[in-house]
Structures are given as structure tokens and as C-alpha cells.
Design a protein around this ligand. Structure first.
Ligand SMILES: Nc1ncnc2c1ncn2[C@@H]1O[C@H](COP(=O)(O)OP(=O)(O)OP(=O)(O)O)[C@@H](O)[C@H]1O
Length: 793
């Protein structure tokens, strides 16, 4: 077939192409790109549909303050699978229901800054779309709001218009008093049963307040409620100034009712009050207008100032002129440094005071002339000033002559056109320093490196003054990208307290731990919850947990559990920021095996990571993986490292205990033989092995000595630190004369005598009592690791 080009000229091709252009409906687009929404295969499609429906069910129930009660059923019906998900949420009104299920990009959460599982308003309608595309059947929905009648709908999505097409709309009966039931038929298979089970099981782990039941062709799974406590209610918040993008800022500037930037900042952002707004505006003004250099005032030139001001003032009479000039000179002397606008204010005050004193007026023109005359003298000494500033800011190794010529060159830069007020932006100042330094380095054949240049620019900028000009108003900022960009930079460089976290509902470290304990039989658990960070104006919190040892499989790499807003992430583990961060950590430092020193660590461990945010940045609409956002990655790393440090100290301790035990075992087998030999050779009584072993091993030794009715428990501390063991002696007769500090409790004919002595290093403690009758003895010692304890009773 001939190509378009071979049959048509350029214009013809363009016309032909123009004729074939048409807009594409959202539903049509997703129909062709199902994989983006997680519906790329029958196996995966089923998992995604369950996930979307269950996430919505949990969101809805929690939002209405109900403890979620969710029922999931998957059944094979002919060529298709039927999925039913029921919840006890608030139900959906008759007006809303068709749009919720029959229109893509329709939802209640997209514009809210509040933690929720749903974000985009695509999930459930995409499942409806997938079901109708593969089975040709409509979605069947029952919903009932509290006190209302149950409604039954059948609908499909019209992919051309992205609008619901309702075929059945009637009243029905339903045993739930409120909630929603959705029934979808779709082409599917159970090949992803593992992922489906994992999703439901892990959802139960991080949502202990939910009751979830799953029935599928090959079995059942039931997660009963572990707590009646709903997660803390979240509040909607405004964006935080840190991390907002320029496009978003421009949109907000256009939409706001505020006139001033200060009002805008305080009204549209969280954590901005008057003080923070003032700080942001100062930084903004510095960027927008630049700062004014404040020169060291010429202390010895008072006479010159008076003369210059006098000369600038004409026809005001000798006495008034002298008074005015004197006042200006005095005021200048009172300042250590002076910027142009400060000089103008000071001259204005002198003019008013002189008028009060002498009755002669000094108007704007006279004041301007006086300012110009005095300013010439104030800035006249700037080479010396720049010399001192540079000398202080650079290393002492720099030669005086070098600094002098640098200062001269830098001072000359301030002679340029338009430099009347010595007002300049930071970039210009840096450029001046750069050029003067480069020239000095070249001419004097010395080095004037990057750090020295930066230090000099910093020193000069820190003595320069923020100008008093009003910042541009909101409309002016919105109109100009550069100005808006300056405001954005000012917002991000100003210290602002972290956003409130009541919009987030982290699992909390304790529940992360108990979630892991509930799910995995391990020897050790650790968890960490970080403070909130900000990304794109949205706050986020990262939590991490580690389970180690026990029944966890020792072979192969550790298991990673990923969660975002309490939703388990099932697919695309390799594309997730959590995986990348985990791979980048040097796990050998924390006691886990890591072949080659990078990549997933090996060992009997489960690592769980939860990112909670008002807007989790996913890599795609299917919400399978968290994007590589540096601020979030840093927090993931810190959370994981925090938990990993606990793991490390646990493993170190365990290792040293193992070594100790091995040593003790070896000694335990050698010592009796040696003692036996020694006793034979010396013909003396055999040594007490336990005592010697305890001393060699620096153990705490506990011995019972009985003489008639008198019983002693001797605690001998051979270790280098003090010990606080708890001893419980259980006897079958009533003890008397029990030594101080003991608690005696009788239970069913047995007496429990409990001591908690504090025994210093190399010291001992003797605990005693009397027993009139014959008795059994049973001693229990706690508070000391078994490898560091020898009990000889
Ligand atoms: N079971 C339900 N009970 C009550 N309201 C529901 C239920 N399911 C969905 N909704 C409402 O319908 C809206 C659309 O749901 P949908 O799954 O399409 O998007 P979402 O959950 O907001 O976002 P996402 O696309 O990220 O999942 C939700 O925002 C919610 O307001």
C-alpha cells in the first residue's frame, strides 16, 4: 500500500491527518489501556477488582464511623467468575450511585487532603468497565442508606460518553440495614490465588478493627476483629508550603480571594500564621527586589557629612541648615552600618525634628539632595569595608595584598550604572564576587577558590538589608512566572513547622509490631514510626517493622510487605521505592546476609514498610508501587534503619550469648575430668565444679545451703557489673525468720518467697529463712540471661 507521503503533498498529508483527529473519551482510553489500572490479565484483574472494592468498603465504613464488616465471595459461573463484595458502610444515595460505578474519574477523594485508600475516583468504575468488557454483563449493585429502602441497580459504562447507562433501577429487600453490595462477572482465573490471599491477609494485619471474610472456590479465609478501636479520625488539611510545585502555586494564586501575598499564604496553606508569612515575605522580597548593601559608617568623617549636607541644602538659613546637617551626621554616627533606605528614613526624621525646632521646612527635594550627598560619603569607604569583610570570611593564609586588590575590584563593581542605592540580587552579588575573584586569581597568580567565594558572598549578603518595599500583590505574582518562582523558593527556604498529622492515620509502632506478631511466628520484632515529612505540599509518615527468626524461612531473601495508606501493595515490587531503598542499605552492618553487599538481604526476616499520606505518589493509576520521590525515600530509609538498629543489637547480643554458651559447654565437659584427676593426685576432696565454672565465666552463681532448719540462698556476683536477679523460692512448709526485703505469699499449701536483691560486682548477698518441717524446695531465678547464670541448688 502506498504511504500517505507518496500519494499526497505536505499540505495534503496535514489535511488528511487533520480529518482523522478526534478527541478520545476517558473510558475509551482506559478500555485500551487496562494494564494501567491493574487489569492486564484475568488472574490479576480479579485481584485488582477485589482490591478496589475492599479498599472502598473500608474507606466508606470508617468514614461513617462503623467498624468494617466485609464479605467477599468469588464463584465460578460458567465461563466467568462472579465477584461479590458487601460492606456495612453508609451506602450510596440513589443520585450518586450510577456515577460512582458508571463514570471514570468520579469520586469524593481526589480534591481532599486527607488520608484515604482511594485517591483518584477510578478504581471501582474501572472494575465495572473490565467486567463489562470481558463478560458483557452489567454491574449489579445493591445499596442502602441508614433508615432508607434498599435500591438495586444494573448498569454499564457508555465508553463514548463516560456516562452510566442504567438498565435496572428498582427497590429491593436486603438484610443489611446499611451498606453496599457489588456484583461483577468477569473473565478471570484463580492463578493469582496467592496474591489474593496475601492481599486479604495483609489487609487484616494493618486493619485489626475490620472483620473480613473471603470465600473462594478453593477455600475460606476469615479475619476476626482484633480491636473495637477505629483508626483515629482524620481531618482534612490545606497544603503545606514545602514541596508545592510551581504549577500548583500558580493555580492557587489564580483561585484565591486574597489580595496580599501575606493573606494568600495564611489563608491557603497550613502552618502559616503572621510570623511565618512575614518570614516568607522577607525571603521573597530578598529574591524579588534584592537587598541593599549596608556600608560601615565612616566614624571619622562626621565633619565631611555635615559639610556635604550643608552644601546640598540651599536657602534654608544658616541656623536651620546647621541644625539639620548636625542631626543627620549624629544619626549616621549612631549606626554601625547603613543601607540607602535606612539613610533616607534617618534624613526624614532629621528634617521633621529640625522643622519642629526651627520652624524651617525641609521638603522632599531637599531631603533627596541631602540623602544623595550623605550617601556618597557613607559608601566612599567601601573598599576598606569590603577588605575587612573579606578578610574575616576567608582563611587567614590569604595575603593582605591579595585581599586588598580583591576588595578594590569588588568595590569597583558597585560603581556601575543603576547602582545608586547599591541594591542587588543575590545572583548579581555572586557574579560580582566571582568576577573580582577570578580577576584577582589571574592577576596576582593566587588561588581564590569556590569556598572562599561562597564565604565572601555569604558575608556580604548577611550584612545587606532586606528592603522595605511592599511585595507585589497576588495578581502581580500570578501574572509572572519568575515572580511566582521567587515566592515558591522563599516558601521552601523558610523554616516552617511540619504539617499537622491529624490528616494522617499511621498504624503506630505498637500496632505495626502486634500486627507482625499476629501474622508471623518470629523470635524478635522491632518497629518504628517516623515524624511527618512533606512532599508536594502533602504530609506523609513512614513506618517500618521487622520480624526475625522463629518459624520464618531461613533460605532465600527476606519477605518485604509494602503498604500505602493501610493497603497492601501486591504487584510491581521491583518498581517500588520501598524495594529500591531496601536494596541500597548495607544489611551486613545490621547482621543480615547480603550477597555482594547490595540488593535484597537474605535470612529469616520479614520487613514491613507503610507509607501514609494525603497523597501517596504511585508510579501508575493501578497504585501498585510507590514512586521514587527523594523525600519519601529518605524517610523510608530512616524508618527501616531505625528498626534495623534494634535488630542489630538483638543479633549481636544473641551471637555473644551463643559464644558464651559454647565456651561454657566446653568448660562444662573439661572441668569435671580435671577435678577428678586433681582429687586423685592430691588425695583431697573433689572441687565444686559449678562454683569454679561460674567464676571462670564471670557468672552470677546462686547456691542453696541447708543446715538443719536454716536455709541460705547465696547470690555471688562474679560479673563486672551489678546484678538485680529476682529469686522465687517455693517451699512446701511455712517459712519463718525470712530475711529482709522478701515477700511471702501462700497458695494452696505452697509458700512463695520472693527476693529482688541488688548485688554489686564481685560482691555477694545472703538470703535466708527457717523451716520447722521437712520441705521440698524449688528455686526460680529471673532477671539474668541464662548464659550468665549458674544455679547450684
Ligand atoms: N462501597 C462504597 N460505599 C460508599 N461509597 C463508595 C463505595 N465505593 C465507592 N464509593 C464512593 O465512590 C467514589 C469513587 O470510588 P472509586 O473506587 O472509583 O474511586 P476512589 O476510591 O475515590 O479512588 P481510587 O481510584 O484511587 O480507588 C469514592 O470516592 C466514594 O466516595
Amino acid at each position: 500500500m502506498p504511504s500517505l507521503q507518496s500519494t499526497l503533498d505536505d499540505e495534503g498529508v496535514a489535511d488528511e491527518l487533520a480529518a482523522s483527529q478526534r478527541s478520545i473519551s476517558i473510558a475509551e482510553f482506559f478500555e485500551k489501556n487496562k494494564h494501567m489500572l491493574g487489569f492486564d490479565s484475568g488472574a490479576r484483574g480479579l485481584v485488582t477488582a477485589v482490591k478496589e472494592a475492599v479498599d472502598n468498603a473500608l474507606d466508606a465504613a470508617e468514614e461513617a464511623g462503623h467498624l468494617p464488616d466485609i464479605y467477599i465471595e468469588i464463584e465460578e459461573v460458567g465461563d466467568y467468575y462472579r465477584l461479590v463484595v458487601e460492606d456495612n458502610g453508609p451506602g450510596i444515595t440513589t443520585e450518586e450511585l450510577p456515577k460512582v460505578f458508571g463514570k471514570l474519574l468520579y469520586g469524593s477523594r481526589f480534591h481532599k487532603r486527607e488520608q484515604a485508600r482511594g485517591q483518584q475516583g477510578i478504581g471501582i468504575s474501572a472494575a465495572v468497565l473490565y467486567s463489562q468488557l470481558t463478560s458483557g454483563k452489567p454491574a449489579k449493585i445493591t445499596s442502602r442508606t441508614q433508615g432508607g429502602e434498599a435500591k438495586y441497580f444494573e448498569l454499564i459504562i457508555d465508553t463514548d460518553s463516560n456516562e452510566p447507562e442504567v438498565s435496572v433501577d428498582e427497590t429491593t429487600t436486603w438484610d443489611r440495614t446499611h451498606g453496599t453490595r457489588i456484583e461483577l462477572e468477569m473473565e478471570a482465573n484463580m492463578r493469582a490465588r496467592g496474591q489474593l490471599r496475601d492481599y486479604v491477609k495483609h489487609t487484616a494485619v494493618v486493619n485489626p478493627h475490620a472483620r473480613i471474610e473471603l470465600r473462594e472456590p478453593n477455600g475460606e479465609f476469615k479475619a476476626e476483629r482484633a480491636t473495637d478501636q477505629l483508626p483515629a479520625e482524620t481531618e482534612e488539611i490545606r497544603p503545606h508550603p514545602h514541596g508545592v510545585e510551581l504549577g500548583t502555586l500558580l493555580k492557587m494564586l489564580e483561585a484565591t480571594d486574597s489580595y496580599s501575598v501575606s493573606g494568600f499564604l495564611q489563608g491557603e496553606f497550613t502552618r502559616v500564621g503572621t510570623k511565618t508569612a512575614t518570614n516568607v515575605i522577607a525571603a521573597f522580597t530578598d529574591r524579588h527586589y534584592g537587598r541593599e548593601m549596608a556600608w560601615r559608617t565612616p566614624a571619622t568623617h562626621e565633619a565631611d557629612i555635615e559639610a556635604a549636607v550643608t552644601e546640598a541644602v540651599a536657602n534654608k538659613g544658616q541656623a536651620a541648615t546647621d541644625e539639620f546637617a548636625g542631626r543627620v551626621a549624629d544619626a549616621i554616627r549612631d549606626h554601625d552600618r547603613l543601607a540607602h533606605h535606612e539613610l533616607a528614613t534617618l534624613v526624614e526624621h532629621a528634617a521633621v525634628a529640625t522643622t519642629d525646632e526651627t520652624g524651617t521646612t525641609f521638603g522632599d527635594t531637599v531631603q533627596e539632595k541631602a540623602v544623595a550627598a550623605a550617601w556618597t560619603i557613607v559608601r566612599d569607604d567601601r573598599t576598606a569595608d569590603l577588605y575587612t569583610l573579606t578578610d574575616e570570611a576567608t582563611s587567614t593564609r590569604k595575603d593582605d595584598g591579595v585581599i586588598e586588590s580583591f576588595a578594590e575590584r569588588l568595590a569597583a563593581k558597585f560603581d556601575g550604572e543603576g547602582q545608586v542605592r547599591d541594591r542587588l540580587r543575590r545572583e548579581t552579588l555572586e557574579e560580582y564576587v566571582e568576577r573580582a575573584a577570578a580577576m584577582t586569581a589571574e592577576r596576582e597568580d593566587v588561588s581564590f577558590g569556590e569556598t572562599a567565594r561562597e564565604n565572601v558572598a555569604d558575608a556580604l549578603w548577611s550584612v545587606a538589608r532586606t528592603v522595605p518595599d511592599d511585595p507585589p500583590n497576588v495578581a502581580a505574582v500570578a501574572d509572572d512566572r519568575d515572580t511566582a518562582s521567587a515566592l515558591l523558593s522563599a516558601m521552601s527556604e523558610t523554616d516552617i513547622i511540619a504539617p499537622p498529622t491529624d490528616c494522617l492515620s499511621p498504624i503506630t509502632a505498637d500496632l505495626v509490631r502486634s500486627g507482625l506478631e499476629k501474622e508471623f511466628d518470629a523470635d524478635f520484632y522491632a518497629s518504628a514510626t517516623r515524624d511527618a515529612g512533606v512532599h508536594g505540599g502533602d504530609p506523609f509518615i513512614v513506618e517500618a517493622g521487622i520480624a526475625y527468626g522463629g518459624d520464618l524461612p531461613a533460605e532465600g531473601s527476606v519477605e518485604l510487605l509494602r503498604f500505602a495508606n493501610r493497603v497492601p501493595l501486591v504487584y510491581q515490587r521491583g518498581a517500588c521505592a520501598t524495594t529500591d531503598v531496601l536494596k541500597g542499605i548495607g544489611w551486613r552492618n545490621y547482621g543480615l546476609d547480603q550477597p555482594g553487599g547490595s540488593g535484597m538481604p537474605n535470612g529469616p526476616a520479614v520487613i514491613m514498610i507503610h507509607v501514609a499520606s494525603t497523597n501517596v505518589p504511585f508510579t501508575s493509576e493501578s497504585k501498585d508501587a510507590i514512586a521514587n520521590i527523594p523525600a519519601i525515600e529518605d524517610e523510608i530509609e530512616l524508618a527501616v534503619r531505625e528498626a534495623a538498629r534494634e535488630l542489630k543489637s538483638y543479633l549481636n547480643k544473641r551471637r555473644s550469648m551463643q559464644q558464651r554458651q559454647e565456651k561454657q559447654d566446653v568448660l562444662g565437659s573439661i572441668l569435671p575430668e580435671m577435678a577428678d584427676k586433681l582429687a586423685t593426685v592430691t588425695e583431697r576432696e573433689e572441687l565444686k565444679i559449678d562454683d569454679s565454672l561460674a567464676r571462670i565465666m564471670n557468672n552470677v552463681l546462686v547456691e542453696r545451703r541447708i543446715e538443719n532448719s536454716h536455709v541460705e540462698l547465696v547470690v555471688e556476683n562474679n560479673s563486672g557489673t551489678s546484678a538485680s536477679p529476682e529469686l522465687t523460692e517455693i517451699v512446701s512448709a511455712e517459712p519463718t525468720s525470712v530475711s529482709d526485703g522478701a515477700r511471702v505469699v501462700e497458695m494452696d499449701g505452697e509458700w512463695f518467697i520472693k527476693w529482688s536483691p541488688e548485688v554489686g560486682s564481685d560482691d555477694d548477698s545472703v538470703l535466708q529463712y527457717e523451716l520447722a518441717d521437712e520441705s521440698d524446695y524449688d528455686l526460680d531465678v529471673t532477671g539474668i540471661e541464662s548464659a550468665k547464670l549458674t544455679v547450684n541448688t
